[in-house]
Design a protein around this ligand. Sequence first.
Ligand code: PLP
Length: 372
Amino acid sequence: MSVVKKHNFGAGPCILPPAVMEQAANAIINWNNMGLSILEISHRSPEFESVILKAQLLIRELLNVPNNYEILFLQGGASSQFSMVPMNFLKNPSYGAYLDTGYFAQKAIKEAGLFGQVEIVASSQDKDYSYIPDIIELPQGAAYLHCTSNNTIEGTQMLSFPENTAPLICDMSSDIFSRSVDIKKFDLIYAGAQKNLGPAGMTLIIAKNEFLNTAKSPVPSMSDYRIYRDNMSMYNTPPVFSIYVALLNLIWLRDQGGISAIELQNVKKANTLYREVDRNPLFYGTANAAHRSKMNVTFKMHDPKLEEEFLRFAAENGIVGIKGYRTVGGFRASLYNALPLSSVEFLAQLMQDFEQKKNPVHQSSNLETANH
Ligand SMILES: *Cc1c(COP(=O)(O)O)cnc(C)c1O
């Protein structure tokens, strides 16, 4: 079975490796030769229990998760975490400290406001979230400090994380498993699966047990992390298929050489595209160079009138998903783990071809001044 593939730069749900797609497709028809589909097996069956255990084990191994951290699989997407975090941990008279780095951080801030006091400790809103702001004064009395490791829409990424501060909570939806992180620095990490982990429908939680024990009571069962922990993520029916495909993807990742190997690949991919964005006189990057994301490359054209034409040109050549987010415009190329370097090289080449098409001599001399 082989599939006609596009070069898919979509921001999410994102591509998965072809081998994973194929195994997932087979499992829908007849899983493990059981004569049953993965879609119809009981989540309480020993076979599925072993899927959950294997997935947890692989996550622990790949990310070096210490033993005092829990690994949980929830539904509701990362967006449910925006309210679940404060529901569990935002206690009066304390406050939730938030790093305001973009669209998703803002959503998290808005939800937290429903449950208690919120303080924004740093924001890059003044420049359209094109950079990661410094935290001038680390919050100490806060219930927690919430940050977003990679800003999927704006194309910025945190290179370091605050230390010696309130318990650290991080939305890692769009860069988890793309680079090594020191899990010990965080008290709770959450990630919607559909960027770098698997298909939509599952949300990964990695949380320090001691921190979970400090949660408020009562919390509605479906929003209580301790309930998921105490029921092996099976308090209710878990997202069986999403967890299974995530496991396949984690096995693929391990076979690639794990996080350090994929990180090297991701750096190469990002460098390839940023190099062309910087070189090509028609384009420019929108994120501050020091804070550029290696997962989501955002860029625009000096002449916005050309953007439609470039999009068409890219589409004609099998490129999908590079239109920028509707509030931001321009382009966004997402370079998640499963996207091969060859696709990125292909896009960079296409940008060069487009430059040629547009009469470079004339264009670049005009734009040199517009640029600065
Ligand atoms: C995609 C994304 C979300 C929203 O995820 P859902 O699973 O759709 O709720 C939240 N945060 C970040 C950083 C994202 O990239």
